[in-house]
Design a protein around this ligand. Structure first.
Ligand SMILES: [Cu+2]
Length: 261
C-alpha cells in the first residue's frame, strides 16, 4: 500500500509534536522521612508522562545536596546504572545518601549537556528534588545558587492533588519572565531495585504538552489535577546559550510530590 508523503509527514509531525517532553529525573520514592534513613536516588533522563524512550546521560557535571545553607558535593558518589525504559535501555546514575538530621535536603543535579540529534541542539536540565526529615522546614524555599532554578513557594514534598503549586523561576539569581515551563508527572511505576520504568502508563496522557508561562516576576502557578510526582521544566532559562558550537537549552527542572488530601 502506498502512503502519500504528505500524510506520512503529518503523521510524523504529530508524533514528534505530541506531549513528548524531556525531563531529567532525580527520584527517590520517600520524600518525607521520620527516621534516619539511607536513601537511594535515581538520576534518569526520559519522557515520564508518555513513558517514552529513555536517553543516555553523560557523566554529570555536578550533584550536590544543600542542608541548612551548607552545600555538599556528592558528584563522586554517583554510580552509573543501566536503566530499562518501557522501550529501550539507557545510561543513568544513582546515588545513596544518609539522611540523619531533621530538616530540608535540596538535591541538585547539573547533568552533562545532552545532544538532541533530531533538533541538533544540546539540552541541559538542571534539576532539583527535595527530601524532608522530621517535618521541620529549613530552607525548601531558598535558592541554592544554580545558574537557573525553580524556587518553590509551596512545600515541594507536601503538595496536594486539587491544590495548587507556585514556583519562581530564577536565571542567574534574578526572576526570569515570559519563560515556557512544561509540566508532567511520572506516569508509570518505578522499580528501584531493578532500575526500570514499568511497561504501562498509570494515568492519562494529555493531548498536548501542559504549559505554564512565567509572569513578570518569574512566577508560575499550576493546579495539580491528580496525586503523583509532578515535574516542572522551564525551558532555555539558563544564562548559557551555547555548547560546543551548537545551541544549548539550559533548563530548570523541579520535582514535587502531591498526595491526596
Ligand atoms: Cu525526547
Amino acid at each position: 500500500m502506498k502512503t502519500s508523503p504528505l500524510i506520512a509527514a503529518i503523521a510524523g509531525a504529530t508524533l514528534a509534536g505530541s506531549a513528548q517532553a524531556h525531563f531529567q529525573l532525580v527520584y527517590t520514592p520517600e520524600v518525607m522521612l521520620q527516621d534516619p534513613t539511607e536513601i537511594n536516588l535515581k538520576l534518569v533522563f526520559g519522557h515520564p508522562m508518555e513513558n517514552g524512550h529513555a536517553m543516555d546521560m553523560g557523566q554529570p557535571e555536578q550533584f550536590t545536596v544543600t542542608f541548612k545553607g551548607e552545600q555538599t558535593d556528592l558528584t563522586d558518589s554517583l554510580k552509573p546504572v543501566t536503566w530499562s525504559g518501557a522501550h529501550n535501555e539507557a545510561q543513568a546514575y544513582e546515588a545513596n545518601y544518609k539522611v540523619r538530621r531533621n530538616g530540608d535536603y535540596v538535591f541538585a543535579l547539573t547533568p552533562a549537556p545532552y545532544l538532541e540529534s533530531a533538533e541538533d541542539i544540546y539540552i541541559q536540565q538542571i534539576t532539583k528534588s527535595m527530601v524532608n526529615k522530621g517535618g521541620m522546614p529549613t530552607g525548601w524555599n531558598e535558592p541554592v545558587g544554580l545558574p537557573t532554578e525553580i524556587v518553590p513557594l509551596n512545600k515541594p514534598y507536601q503538595a496536594f492533588a486539587n491544590g495548587s503549586f507556585t514556583g519562581q523561576l530564577l536565571s542567574d539569581g534574578k526572576p526570569a519572565a515570559g519563560v515556557e515551563c512544561e509540566v508532567e508527572y511520572i506516569n508509570t511505576d518505578i522499580d528501584m531495585a531493578g532500575n526500570a520504568f514499568g511497561k504501562e502508563n498509570t494515568g492519562p496522557v494529555p493531548d498536548t504538552a501542559i504549559v505554564a508561562i512565567t509572569d513578570p516576576n518569574g512566577m508560575f502557578t499550576f493546579g495539580i489535577p491528580r496525586p503523583g510526582v509532578w515535574g516542572f521544566a522551564c525551558l532555555g532559562s539558563g544564562p548559557q546559550k551555547e555548547h560546543e558550537g551548537k545551541e544549548l537549552s539550559q533548563d530548570a527542572v523541579l520535582w514535587i510530590k502531591a498526595s491526596e488530601f
